[in-house]
Ligand binder design. Structure first.
Ligand SMILES: *Cc1c(COP(=O)(O)O)cnc(C)c1O
Length: 390
């Protein structure tokens, strides 16, 4: 089945849809039984279609789990109330006191904070590594290393890692590879074909796609699902059926949205590359992006999220830039239909294993589905305001 067909059909199990095109939103904490035998039977099936108690899953959440499995080629998918909850749940399902984690220096900042502020307190230590390390990761693996946590491209700075090389080194030493695959979505990077064991998505971003729900997913092959599922269930994670419904709805248009985000993003990135204020563009499809060759080899597409570094500019200049935008709204997050802008001063603050050479501020754009010419005009005006304050 081709991907366009697959995405239209995933998760539409008749057991859940009961004849409707889409699985309805089932609101249920409690399910009631006629016989003790039925009750025991339903309760024996944790996250495999059994209906016994809301936290153990319901038809709407099962439909989303199955859809994610079919898209990613996974055997099981556990759902969480946010992307960060998915990251926390995945790590705590596989690491405990005395264990060690290797984490890319450019991971999503809250993931970094989780390591510093929560995992550390629980006796789990973390070493951050240069995202460009490749098979050199072998030298950092300790006897107690349990997980290598990768994210590609890195949040904000956009380096792409050589995931197959890292996975090979990890598996030689019996270490699990966990990936925050939010940027690529299930469509643009096939995690399990590249050696990843545990695939994490902030569904909040492109999967939901409309900036109106939060959720996270973690998928694995059979060998790791029982542990993930049991541990995450015991920690109390579950997802509301309304948000599962919004994710299923978003999934149906994921592929066509990504195509448009990618085309709009590339047009704007190319325009930015010609601007005198811009030092360089950090877009995985550009040669100037560290690890571009791995993106070209392993990924099947880009999207609307990328960054660029300015040659110079104090906070007053970037504030003037940000505050007058018409279409690029100022806001955290990304992956909805709308364009967003954020600026970062002092990227070094987010890094411990690697330096950051550029002295100018970094601007991160999420290019939405608006007409790119309108967006370029918006940025053109932004540079006028910026240059007045520089
Ligand atoms: C947003 C984001 C998350 C966290 O998702 P939430 O739903 O906001 O908790 C995790 N990883 C990446 C790369 C993200 O961009």
């Amino acid at each position: 089945m081709k991907e366009d067909t697959l995405i239209a059909s995933v998760g539409r199990n008749k057991d859940y849809t009961h004849g409707a095109v889409n699985t309805p939103v089932y609101h249920a904490s409690t399910l009631i039984f006629e016989t003790v035998r039925d009750m025991k039977k339903a309760n024996a099936k944790l996250h495999t279609g059994g209906l016994s108690y809301g936290r153990r899953g319901n038809p709407t959440t099962y439909a989303l789990s199955e859809a994610m499995c079919e898209l990613e080629g996974a055997d099981g998918c556990f759902l969480y109330p946010s992307g960060l909850a998915a990251i926390t749940g995945a790590i705590l399902s596989f690491a405990g006191s005395g264990d060690h984690i290797l984490m890319a220096d450019g991971v999503y900042e809250p993931t970094r904070n989780l390591a510093h502020k929560i995992l550390k307190r629980m006796g789990i230590t973390t070493t951050f590594y240069d995202p460009m390390i490749g098979d050199g990761i072998d030298g950092l693996i300790q006897d107690n290393t349990r997980i290598i946590f990768v994210e590609a491209p890195c949040s904000v700075t956009m380096e792409i890692q050589d995931i197959p090389a890292i996975a090979k080194a990890a598996h030689n030493r019996d270490v699990l590879v966990m990936m925050d695959n939010t940027w690529a979505t299930p469509l643009h990077f096939k995690v399990f074909d590249h050696g990843v064991d545990v695939s994490i998505h902030a569904g909040t971003k492109y999967i939901v796609g409309h900036s109106d729900a939060m959720l996270g997913t973690v998928s694995t092959r059979a060998a790791h699902f029982e542990q993930l599922c049991n541990m995450s269930y015991q920690m109390g994670y579950c997802l509301s059926p309304d948000d599962a419904f919004l994710a299923l709805r978003g999934l149906r248009t994921l592929k066509i949205r990504l195509k448009q985000h990618e085309a709009n993003g590339l047009k704007i990135a190319q325009w930015l590359e010609g601007r005198p204020e811009v030092d360089h563009v950090r877009h995985p499809a550009f040669e100037s992006c560290p690890g571009h060759e791995y993106w070209q080899r392993d990924f099947t597409g880009a999207n609307g999220l990328f960054s660029f570094v300015l040659k110079q500019g104090h906070e007053a200049a970037t504030t003037a830039m940000m505050e007058g935008m018409k279409h690029f709204k100022m806001g955290f997050s990304w992956g909805g239909y709308e364009s967003l802008i954020l600026t970062y001063h002092g990227i070094n603050r987010y890094r411990t294993a690697t330096g950051w050479a550029a002295t100018g501020p970094l601007v991160r754009l999420h290019v939405g589905l608006e007409d790119p010419d309108d967006l370029i005009a918006d940025l053109e005006n932004a540079f006028v305001r910026f240059n007045q304050k520089i």
